[in-house]
Design a protein around this ligand. Structure first.
Ligand code: FES
Length: 108
């Protein structure tokens, strides 16, 4: 790993996260949901802004993921809440691809 990747968390190789798939990694205590939407990788906190339930058990539908607890939907490209009962956006994290490996980090 090159020095400028310090602080970045390795997620998995690009080849292991196909379009329409998602996975979870951790940066410290922060669970990060990492999604492949049509070949673009997006990362956001794996925590619904309604009652803090994990978003990762939900299914991706295009660029949207639905919280399995009460049905709030979020755009994983932006973190934006799309319907009640969630109104606040989910924090979005940066992504970088290096040598075919996906990295992200909690940059808050
Ligand atoms: S905890 Fe996600 S919709 Fe309620």
């Amino acid at each position: 790993m090159s020095a400028d990747l310090n602080g970045w968390q390795a997620v998995c190789p690009m080849a292991e996260l196909l379009p329409g798939e998602h996975t979870v990694c951790f940066d410290g205590d922060t669970a990060i949901l990492v999604c492949n939407i049509d070949g673009e990788i997006y990362a956001l906190e794996d925590k619904c802004t309604h009652q803090d339930f994990e978003l990762s058990p939900g299914k991706l539908d295009g660029a949207e993921i639905e919280c399995v607890l009460h049905g709030a939907r979020f755009d994983v490209r932006t973190g934006q809440a799309l319907c009640a009962p969630a109104y606040a956006p989910v924090p979005k994290f940066p992504v970088r691809i290096d040598n075919g490996m996906i990295y992200t980090r909690d940059d808050r």
